[in-house]
Design a protein around this ligand. Structure first.
Ligand code: GDP
Ligand code: ZN
Length: 304
């Protein structure tokens, strides 16, 4: 009997596969070959596969569906022999809090650039809204409208506000989600609020910039009660800006795509060049100043 499923964990030659709410131990069928896939692991966590279920209850993987996207394990995007940390992500969410720690737009913008570069839909969660003053609430609303206007969903949450948790749950239901954010913003609390059966320990869902905290880099998908999966990805610290060249950067700012057509130079970095369509658009108020400044900050951090 053949079944379809999703790889949620990989351990040596064995893969845990979720299929119709059951978990099966599967391995690769002997003759299984992947054509032209220049990756070290033929099967990655997140992959959609087909397997043949044996009498002993274990399965043989006979087919892998094409990946919609993936995050490489190392900072080697697009290079030969790269390993895949996790594949087929429906959305990666960056979590920030209003205060403690304060919302950091630069963090959000770097995150979104990485999402665009990896072809992963991005989204933003602003947590601890219960701690927002009236003024802070207005600022958060402005930030939310800005990113929504760029096409990114924004959800304001508070673990003290059940309706906001339900709203978030609706958004991630039946999807494979990655959550990324600095420590203390409430990643663990939010996921535990969405699914009380998770009972995640603090620090279990990895922080973006906690370098060296984890020694292993194996990703796992945790099934959610409401349907879907959340990724526990110790290697996610590689979700940084990697292997992006300066002229390429503006490709990952959606609001710059039209304006860059008007640049005199094809490899314009929209910083110092004459006749720059992006800078003109910025000066005409068509590109948000904070976003343009984030762009310049990221540009500066890229080595030539
Ligand atoms: P993580 O490091 O991102 O996983 O963050 P935690 O989930 O451990 O939360 C850090 C701290 O923020 C804890 O003391 C939580 O109780 C608190 N916290 C999380 N979410 C909220 C929220 O929505 N409102 C408030 N006031 N505190 C929160
Ligand atoms: Zn330009």
């Amino acid at each position: 009997m053949n079944k379809k499923g999703k790889v949620i964990q990989s351990k040596g030659k064995w893969y845990k596969v979720s299929s119709d709410s059951e978990i099966y131990d599967c391995r690769l069928a002997g003759k299984f070959r992947l054509d032209k896939k220049e990756v070290t692991n033929p099967i990655a966590v997140g992959d959609m596969i087909e397997f043949m279920l044996g009498d002993d209850g274990t399965g043989y993987i006979i087919k892998i569906e094409e990946r919609t996207n993936y995050i490489p394990r190392q900072a080697t995007h697009g290079k030969r022999g790269e390993q895949i940390l996790i594949s087929n992500i429906d959305r990666a969410w960056v979590i920030q809090s209003v205060i403690s720690p304060r919302l950091n737009m630069g963090f959000i913008d770097r995150f979104l650039v990485t999402c665009e570069a990896y072809d992963i839909p991005g989204g933003i969660i602003i947590n601890k809204m219960d701690l927002a003053s009236k003024k802070a609430q207005e600022v958060m609303d402005d930030i939310s409208s800005l990113y929504r206007s760029l096409g990114y969903p924004v959800i304001q949450t508070s673990t003290a506000d059940k309706s906001s948790i339900n709203h978030l749950a609706e958004k991630i239901r039946n999807e494979t989600s990655v959550f990324i954010g600095p420590s203390g913003v409430g990643k663990t609390s939010l996921l535990n609020a969405i699914d009380s059966q998770l009972d995640l320990k603090v620090g279990e869902i990895s922080a973006y910039s906690d370098k060296g905290k984890h020694t292993t880099t194996f990703a796992t998908l945790i099934p959610l009660e409401i349907g879907g999966f959340v990724a526990d990805t110790p290697g996610i610290r590689e979700f940084g800006i990697v292997n992006i060249s300066k002229p390429e950067l503006s490709l990952y700012f959606p609001e710059m795509s039209d304006a860059r057509e008007n640049c005199r130079f094809y490899n314009c970095t929209h910083f110092h060049e004459p006749d720059c369509g992006v800078r003109n658009a910025f000066e005409e108020g068509k590109i948000d100043p904070d976003r343009y400044h984030s762009y310049l900050n990221i540009l500066e951090s890229i080595k030539d």
